[in-house]
Design a protein around this ligand. Structure first.
Ligand code: ZN
Length: 307
């Protein structure tokens, strides 16, 4: 007989495999944060450092970052915090669950819907029951308002979310869903399996995860992260116009509409294949979006923390 604990472990593994990927991976978030840090002035860095120092997970971040200078390390590790809490037992998914209080936090929900907004790529069939899901745009606007306030308790909570969601808004598959004739959504590519010879570990995966993993391996840190971040900045030296949240999402939507799906216009192939040309272009687009998110985050924080 299989012991219940083993069954539990097995079901957890299965759940983990089935869970849709819903963000740039950790490398993408840290790269955007690294670029933002390089572009922020010293006053902004100090203010950011002061806020993150009071975050309940600050010590954990420093341990995880190993050798990076503490202020930069906290900023880089904070960038993945909204993804980290998805598997953190101190936090919960549904309104009905309760978890023990964490000092300094009133909000212990995982807020999975904050990471994306599923705008249809084409007009939906009239009988489609689906509506736009996800709260990325509205939540980003709220977080910016919180950062403008003088309420430090709220700002400590909001800052990692802001760092994270600015980058998510630049991931093309975070803002779209493609619908079939029956009105069935692909959930931002999560439900579309592709074949790829370019992923270091997987031969097939879903399209959303393919995009999430383009920036590099999720454990990218330290010197390698700095090298990768510097290379992206060299290739994209000019900051883009700052724009608004709607601009960023519209840009991502346009990229998704024209460049994010492998060419299977007739949708005859249930598992479309990633070609070398597509892969090269996707890599390039991912690096550009990471740079843009980094530059914009720096500007935004500088403006918000000026007082
Ligand atoms: Zn995310």
């Amino acid at each position: 007989m299989i012991r219940p604990s083993i069954l539990l472990a097995l079901s957890t593994i299965l759940l983990l495999q089935a869970a849709p990927a819903i963000a740039w991976n950790a490398a993408g978030h840290r790269l955007s944060a690294y670029i933002a840090w390089q572009k922020m002035d010293e006053v902004t860095r100090k203010k950011v450092e002061g806020l993150l120092l009071q975050h309940p997970d600050h010590e954990h971040w420093l341990k995880r970052a190993k050798n990076a200078p503490p202020a930069l390390a906290a900023f880089l590790e904070a960038s993945t915090w909204p993804d980290d809490i998805k598997s953190d037992r101190r936090f919960h998914d549904s309104e009905n669950e309760t978890t023990a209080p964490i000092r300094g936090f009133s909000d212990r929900a995982r807020h999975r819907q904050w990471h994306y907004i599923n705008r249809p790529l084409a007009p939906l069939p009239s009988h489609s029951p689906k509506e736009v899901t996800g709260q990325l745009d509205g939540r980003l606007a709220e977080l910016i308002e919180v950062m403008r306030s003088n309420d430090d308790l709220q700002r400590i909570y909001a800052l990692p979310w802001l760092i994270h969601l600015v980058a998510d808004a630049h991931q093309p598959l975070h803002v779209v869903s493609r619908y079939d004739r029956e009105g069935q959504s692909d959930d931002g590519g999560n439900a579309l399996t592709i074949a790829t010879p370019f992923h270091p570990r997987l031969a097939t995966m879903n399209l959303h995860a393919y995009w999430d993993d383009l920036p590099g391996p999720p454990w990218l840190r330290g010197e390698r992260l700095e090298q990768a971040g510097n290379a992206i900045m060299e290739a994209h030296p000019r900051p883009p116009p700052v724009g608004t949240i709607s601009h960023w999402i519209e840009e991502s939507w346009q990229i998704a509409a024209h460049n994010a799906y492998p060419d299977d216009t007739n949708r005859t192939n249930p598992t479309p294949e990633i070609t070398p040309e597509f892969n090269e272009r996707a890599q390039e687009v991912a690096r550009q979006r990471i740079a843009e998110a980094g530059y914009r985050l720096a500007f935004l924080l500088q403006r918000l923390l000026k007082k």
